[in-house]
Design a protein around this ligand. Structure first.
Ligand SMILES: Cc1cc2nc3c(=O)[nH]c(=O)nc-3n(C[C@H](O)[C@H](O)[C@H](O)COP(=O)(O)OP(=O)(O)OC[C@H]3O[C@@H](n4cnc5c(N)ncnc54)[C@H](O)[C@@H]3O)c2cc1C
Length: 299
């Protein structure tokens, strides 16, 4: 019998339905090592089962810079390429050298280059039909031995005073901002951002900008524009509002908290209501960020 196979890391970005069909593999491969080094850079290889944030701290403490903006993102290293994790002006694809994978059907192994992975905003080939069957076993990242700072995100520039522009200060600032803004999933169950920030054409962004001058807009790949989904949800008064056993976090309008829902379908229904209201007001479709695994009925 051939079972569908899916990987699971720490489970921080999945919505689990009632019935999980097939085989779920928790990839727990550990290990962190330097596999290449020049005067300026190192390439580190990290086992898929390593914790992402602990890996950020390990790299930083060893003087390998470039991951500070991605501190405190929950989850495993193996899951990090799936949605090309990103935060505060940085994305994993900025540092990826290679990804080691094994095919869950044929057990063939491959070393994928970034050009194989179709990395985009919260997206990669691993979310598509073509890439879904690859299990990630290790991730290679190229990091700088020279302190480098990515302060492209405005709140970080503000948080770091000009006298202390160092990777240490950047790491502290990212951790402090995240702790202040994001509800702790251990205390208030959530998957982080429930929706992606929508990407629209320049024409659409200009039309929205004329009607809603405060709607934050950021430039995206290929001349497109990324809109703040949090702002639109907040503008419609959803922050702190609940339904179906779920609640939009008071701290951040993109975070949906499970208060008392028993089934994934309740969370999905609540979030769909939010998405419908955004579409009705702004003419923009919101896309769910976390992956839904399983089904509502036995298979
Ligand atoms: C409070 C909070 C804040 C967050 N903040 C951010 C943020 O700032 N930026 C951001 O990008 N994300 C953020 N996230 C989302 C989450 O942290 C990331 O998506 C993370 O990479 C998920 O890791 P995980 O190990 O928990 O993955 P899981 O939830 O276990 O899995 C996620 C997906 O990856 C697949 N997968 C897992 N491991 C493997 C593997 N080894 N091989 C192949 N496929 C695999 C799973 O099948 C699933 O489809 C946040 C989540 C929370 C709860």
């Amino acid at each position: 019998m051939s079972l569908p196979v899916r990987a699971l890391g720490s489970g921080s970005n999945v919505i689990l339905k009632r019935y999980l069909d097939g085989l779920i593999i928790h990839v727990g491969l550990l290990g962190r090592s330097v596999v290449d080094e020049t005067a300026d850079d190192v390439v580190v290889r990290i086992g898929a089962g390593e914790n992402w944030h602990e890996t950020v701290l390990w790299a930083h403490e060893n003087g390998y810079y470039g991951l500070e903006n991605l501190a405190l993102i929950p989850g495993s290293v193996g899951a990090s390429p799936i949605q090309n994790i990103g935060a505060y002006g940085a994305e994993l694809s900025d540092v990826i050298e290679r990804i080691e994978v094994v095919h869950s059907g044929s057990l063939t192994t491959r070393s994928l280059l970034p050009s194989d992975c179709q990395f985009a905003y919260r997206d990669s080939i691993f979310k598509t039909e073509k890439g879904r069957d690859w299990l990630i076993t290790a991730v290679d990242m190229k990091l700088s031995k020279t302190p480098t700072l990515n302060l492209s995100y405005p709140a970080l520039e503000v948080a770091i005073s000009s006298s202390e522009k160092s990777p240490q200060a950047l790491l502290r600032a990212v951790i402090a901002i995240r702790k202040a803004k994001l509800p702790d999933p251990a205390a208030q169950p959530n998957v982080g951002s429930y929706f992606k920030n929508p990407i629209v054409t320049r024409e659409k962004a200009d039309a929205l900008g004329a009607r809603y001058p405060n709607l934050p807009q950021y430039s995206a790949r290929g001349g497109a524009v990324k809109l703040s989904a949090a702002w639109m949800i907040d503008h419609l008064g959803w922050r702190g509002k609940g339904g179906h056993g779920a609640l939009v976090a008071k701290e951040h309008a993109l975070v949906v908290i499970n208060k008392s829902a028993k089934y994934a379908s309740q969370i999905i229904e609540f979030a769909d209501e939010i998405a419908r209201s955004v579409e009705a007001e702004f003419g923009v479709a919101l896309e769910r960020e976390p992956q839904v695994l399983g089904s509502d009925t036995p298979v």
